[in-house]
Write a protein that binds this ligand. Structure first.
Ligand SMILES: Cc1cc2nc3c(=O)[nH]c(=O)nc-3n(C[C@H](O)[C@H](O)[C@H](O)COP(=O)(O)OP(=O)(O)OC[C@H]3O[C@@H](n4cnc5c(N)ncnc54)[C@H](O)[C@@H]3O)c2cc1C
Length: 377
């Protein structure tokens, strides 16, 4: 018998009451960062807490909920002080979906549950210095040797690679095939000999990205995701899921963004009609983005691209509003909480790039969903 919405809510509430304290009241200096600047010690604590919390969610059946239940659970969860699952998101929403859709039964058995329970963390090793938007140009080579592949190359912008157990690597296995056809997706053990992770410092101050150098890293063929030279299709599964679950959702934006900006403007006496209109436009853009995610009948992949574009438009409006309200006090930390917004401003451009840039989303929508003529290649 399926559980009624009321029974589900009751069960969810009892679970959350048992495991989490209520969310503390917000203060003006609470962080609004989009890419958190986090020191290694705090990061290790966040990772431990995320793993523990994800294990509890998984074991209680709250880790993978469908649309309505996911919304109901998220609404309840927002009232509690829950651990941040950020360090696990690549494993949960990028790597696990590709293994589920394309992996062998053996691969699913070995990795799906540990990834979904948060026991294993993962990173995405797709981008390279000369392969970002044009991802099919990846040059990292994998050469067959008995039951294994020997992988050599350089990846870049690898979020969370410094604490990842696994890396989902798009590699070239047939250099003579047309570029989309010579690629394979491999699951690399990030602790294997030959894997070197070097942090990249961001303008927000933190270092959540890395360069990853792969020097003759051995990867068993049993850890291949999908068919040999069929890596492009498997990679698209990861990219679509990434857009749907991460880059393209309003969840990336602090939930009370408009309210907080209005509060700042009121405090400074600059909640003018022009400021109100600006905040109104921001609210409308965020509402539109949230609605697209819920629209029935819209192709989920198209919805993800549209939603990502709308979220990014909202972020641009938020940056404009925050700059107008806070002005020069964004530049220096005077201990009044305003500096929290500097992290927001500096992190916003990243979301326009991550998971495929805005220009690429428009091309995807035009070519794949609207059937418009293809961009010249
Ligand atoms: C927060 C964040 C996290 C990331 N995490 C990861 C990760 O974990 N793993 C990973 O592999 N990568 C990651 N990336 C990298 C990301 O996927 C790439 O940065 C992105 O695909 C763009 O590639 P690029 O940086 O090489 O820019 P380029 O592709 O060089 O693009 C430069 C500019 O040219 C434009 N452009 C390029 N091609 C076209 C075209 N055909 N038509 C119109 N305009 C075009 C782009 O829109 C952009 O404005 C991350 C990036 C960010 C910002």
């Amino acid at each position: 018998m399926t559980e009624s919405p009321d029974a589900f809510e009751k069960r969810a509430r009892a679970f959350l009451d048992a495991h989490l304290p209520p969310r503390p009241a917000r203060t003006p200096s609470d962080r609004v960062a989009l890419l958190e600047e986090i020191d290694p010690e705090r990061e290790a604590g966040t990772l431990r807490a995320a793993k523990r919390w994800q294990g509890l969610l998984y074991d209680a059946g709250f880790a993978e909920l469908d649309g309505e239940r996911a919304d109901a659970f998220a609404a309840l969860l927002s009232r509690y002080d829950a651990p941040d699952l950020q360090p696990l998101l690549v494993g949960l929403h990028i790597v696990a979906p590709a293994i589920r859709a394309h992996g062998s039964d053996d691969l699913k058995r070995r990795y799906l549950r540990p990834l979904l329970r948060g026991e294993l963390t993962a990173c995405q090793l797709f981008s390279e210095p000369d392969a970002g938007s044009d991802l099919a140009s990846v040059r990292t080579r994998a050469v067959r040797d008995g039951d294994s592949w020997v992988v050599t190359g350089q990846k870049v912008w690898s979020s969370g690679a410094h604490h990842a157990d696994l890396g989902e690597a798009l590699v070239r296995t047939d250099p003579d095939a047309p570029k989309h056809k010579g690629l394979t997706l491999l699951l690399v053990d990030m602790h294997a000999p030959g894997v070197e992770v070097r942090p990249l410092r961001q303008m927000t101050g933190g270092a959540s990205f890395n360069e990853v150098f792969l020097s003759e890293v051995r990867v068993p063929d049993a850890d291949r995701i999908g068919p040999l030279n069929g890596g492009w299709t498997a990679a698209i599964t990861s990219l679509s899921s990434e857009r749907a679950a991460l880059g393209g959702t309003v969840d990336a934006v602090p939930p009370d963004l408009v309210e907080r900006l209005a509060e700042q403007a009121r405090r400074r006496g600059v909640l003018t009609p022009a400021a109100r209109a600006r905040l109104g436009r921001l609210d409308a853009a965020l509402t539109a983005a949230a609605q697209v995610n819920r629209s029935a009948g819209l192709d989920p992949a198209a919805a993800a691209s549209i939603s990502k574009l709308l979220v990014n438009r909202a972020l641009a409006l938020a940056v404009e509003a925050a700059s107008a309200v806070l002005g020069p006090s964004l530049a220096a930390d005077l201990g009044d909480g305003d500096h929290a917004w500097a992290e927001f401003l500096l992190g916003a451009p990243a979301l326009r790039i991550a998971g495929g840039t805005d220009e690429i989303q428009r091309t995807i929508l035009a070519e794949r969903h609207l059937g418009l003529p293809r961009d010249p290649r």
